[in-house]
Design a protein around this ligand. Structure first.
Ligand SMILES: [Mg+2]
Length: 214
């Protein structure tokens, strides 16, 4: 008997947008979107409101030069809640890519599911929704990414938690977006996992200094 395919499972391909091929075995830099690459605007639906965080282009370029794949992973509960249409979500991404530069992003993966959403998006505990690891696992599987040599950057504690659970080698918490709100929780997570490399930075601008100083 074949396993039952749930209605939301057939939709996952729509939410994994691969823009370029990745060399198998490459490490990846996993970037959260809102509050990390672009300014956090709750339930952002208007592409005219997209504004890059300072240092975003330089950060992506630094990882690109070092041979990292660049993969964006983003929770988008606004889609489940009916506040952002899939077309609006796509136009926001397109605007972000236009501002960043088309060759600096390899894939954008989103989780549109949320328990408080409307059908078919009202999925409790969806395996792609951070802090679950589904988006990272899907990228690792499709591109053959070396997860242990990878890095994850995000402004929320759930970003860092997802990276920790997935086994990503370096987790970078940024003070932009929800960063100030979640900084203490990230520091607690860091203390509870002494073997894990967790860096706390003010912004992507501070990252540039850290990466270039290696
Ligand atoms: Mg964020």
């Amino acid at each position: 008997m074949s396993a039952q395919i749930l209605p939301h499972e057939v939709l996952l391909d729509d939410w994994f947008v691969a823009l370029r091929e990745v060399e198998p075995g490459s490490p990846a830099a996993f970037f959260d979107r809102d509050g990390t690459l672009i300014r956090n605007v709750p339930y952002l639906a208007d592409s005219d409101e997209v504004c890059l965080e300072r240092g975003a282009v330089e950060a992506l370029s630094a990882y690109r030069r070092s041979g990292f794949a660049i993969i964006v992973i983003t929770n988008q509960s606004g889609i489940a809640r009916g506040l952002v249409t899939p077309a609006q979500y796509a136009s926001v991404n397109q605007r972000m890519i236009n501002l960043l530069g088309a060759d600096l992003v390899d894939a954008i993966i989103a989780c549109p599911f949320h328990p408080e959403g409307v059908a078919p998006w009202n999925v409790p505990d969806h395996p792609w929704r951070k802090p679950a690891t589904g988006m990272i696992d899907a990228a690792a599987s499709r591109f053959g990414v070396d997860v242990a040599r990878s890095v994850l950057l995000g402004d929320s504690v759930i970003d860092i938690e997802a990276g920790l659970r997935a086994g990503i080698g370096h987790l970078i918490h940024l003070g932009t977006g929800h960063g100030q709100r979640d900084r203490a929780a990230v520091e607690n997570l860091s203390r509870a996992n002494p073997g894990t490399r967790i860096s706390c930075l003010a912004s992507l601008q501070s990252l540039e200094v850290e990466e270039l100083a290696r």
